[in-house]
Design a protein around this ligand. Structure first.
Ligand code: SAH
Ligand code: TYD
Ligand code: ZN
Length: 405
């Protein structure tokens, strides 16, 4: 029987996407053939309800020195993290010499404003090339994985942290017990551990099945995070819904008894009970919706190709690794994917090997259809690529269901 990585309870399998590649492993066309695959399957804990993957991809396979993701590619996300930094500076980093640590600081999208405010800070991220980008902005980064030993070393060198922040990273870390022991070692007595991640409620409600890929080891809900915090001697004292990445939640965790929970925690928990996130039938419905999306998307792409239309992809997201590999969408259906990330251009997407090209080539000439893999940036991308629509092109979306706009 499979055991929950958080509480040790029994895990029941509920989704199986089959053989999948490492979603950040964009392939050098000169060196194909050495890709790592794993079985992408998901279960939920019958005890604490945590939704989690059944197979773990080794962390060094995912978060390498040359990890290609760059947070600052989106203006919307830059604005989001500017506001987040402001909020932390105004509410938590107000003491005489405050200290903030970020887990998964990437290119410094959040710490930038904290550094500019002159506040002591430290990013921790194994992605060395992304860390170089952050350092060029004057941000301090340790290039390593955060875990208990890292936290103890930071504590010894810099003293306790008033805030430990993390965005879109804690859910990526299977060895969660070491993270919480590290937070326990590093956090000041009345400090807060604030992390935000994609929300299970939105993923199920809108069939965002592509949010499930190797890195998203856990899919958090308010209930499961509350149970997880309690398991490690902490308490969930804040929960805030965020519109980013199709729907996320910012969790504020403090030492048990240190702070009074905000009323939003109970409110969001009550709403969550209506979603049935702990019930097996919820996942059966989710699985059926996913199968329908796969059938509808394949039928549409095949029909358009049979009619002689050229279809491309937009946004070489890591999410799209699940869509393309689970649905079997290769270069025969989608001839290229356009993406602004320099590190991805000239490479092939993981598994199905669709070439990644720079957006400057998108309009030379425009295709008939563009499958929007980066649907979470729809507004920003559609505004930027207005001419595509004006020239008669059409966007294909597959969330919350398959449709053309
Ligand atoms: N916080 C940014 C980046 C998210 S991508 C944002 O929200 O946009 C996830 C980042 O976490 C990557 O840069 C990856 O290298 C880093 N990461 C993964 N595991 C980590 C760990 N155990 N400790 C610190 N960083 C980690
Ligand atoms: P994102 O959806 O943030 O994440 P993930 O890879 O985790 O699924 O990735 C967005 C991708 O889309 C990223 O590779 C950059 C690209 N992109 C563009 O090409 N143009 C744009 O205007 C934006 C906002 C993103
Ligand atoms: Zn559990």
């Amino acid at each position: 029987m499979l055991r929950c990585r958080v509480c040790g309870g029994a895990v029941r399998e509920c989704l199986d996407f089959g053989r999948q590649p490492v979603s950040s492993a964009f392939v050098d066309p000169a060196h194909t053939g050495a890709e790592l695959f794993f079985r992408l399957a998901v279960g939920f804990c019958t005890s604490c309800t945590m939704v989690q993957q059944l197979e773990e991809v080794p962390r060094d396979e995912m978060f390498r020195f040359d990890y290609p993701y760059r947070s600052s590619g989106s203006t919307v996300m830059r604005k989001h993290f500017q506001q987040t930094a402001r909020q932390l500076l105004d509410t938590e980093l107000t003491g005489p010499d405050p200290f903030a640590v970020e887990i998964g600081s990437n290119d410094g999208i959040l710490l930038q404003d904290i550094a500019e405010a002159g506040v002591r800070h430290l990013g921790v991220d194994p992605s060395g090339e992304a860390a170089e980008v952050a350092r060029a902005k004057g941000i301090r980064v340790r290039v390593e994985f955060f875990e208990e030993s890292t936290a103890r070393a930071i504590r010894a060198e810099h003293g306790p942290a008033d805030v430990i922040f993390s965005a879109n990273t804690i859910s990526h870390i299977a060895y969660i017990d070491s993270i919480f022991r590290g937070v326990d070692a590093l956090l000041a007595p009345n400090g807060v551990f604030v992390f935000e991640d994609r929300y299970l409620g939105d993923i199920i409600e809108h069939t965002y099945f592509d949010q499930i890929y190797d890195e998203h080891f856990y899919l958090f809900s308010i209930h499961s995070v509350q149970a997880m915090a309690a398991q490690f001697g902490f308490a969930l004292v804040g929960a805030e819904r965020l519109p980013v990445h199709g729907g996320a939640v910012r969790y504020t965790v403090a030492r048990a008894g240190a702070r009074r929970p905000a009323p939003e925690v109970a409110e969001l928990l009550a709403r969550e009970r209506e979603l049935g996130l702990g019930l097996p039938e919820t996942y059966e419905r989710f699985a059926a919706n996913i199968r329908r999306t796969r059938e509808d998307l394949l039928a549409l792409l095949r029909r358009l190709r049979a009619e002689g239309h050229r279809i491309v992809g937009y946004g070489a997201t890591q999410k799209s690794a699940t869509v393309a590999n689970y649905c079997g969408i290769g270069p025969d259906l989608v001839s290229a994917v356009y993406d602004s990330t320099r590190e991805k251009q000239g490479r092939l997407t993981p598994g199905v090997h669709i070439p990644v090209l720079p957006p400057e080539e998108f309009g030379a000439p425009y295709p008939a259809y563009a499958l929007l893999f980066a649907w979470n940036h729809a507004e920003e991308i559609m505004a930027k690529e207005r001419q595509f629509r004006e020239s008669g092109g059409r966007w294909i979306l597959y969330v919350p269901d398959v449709h053309i706009v």
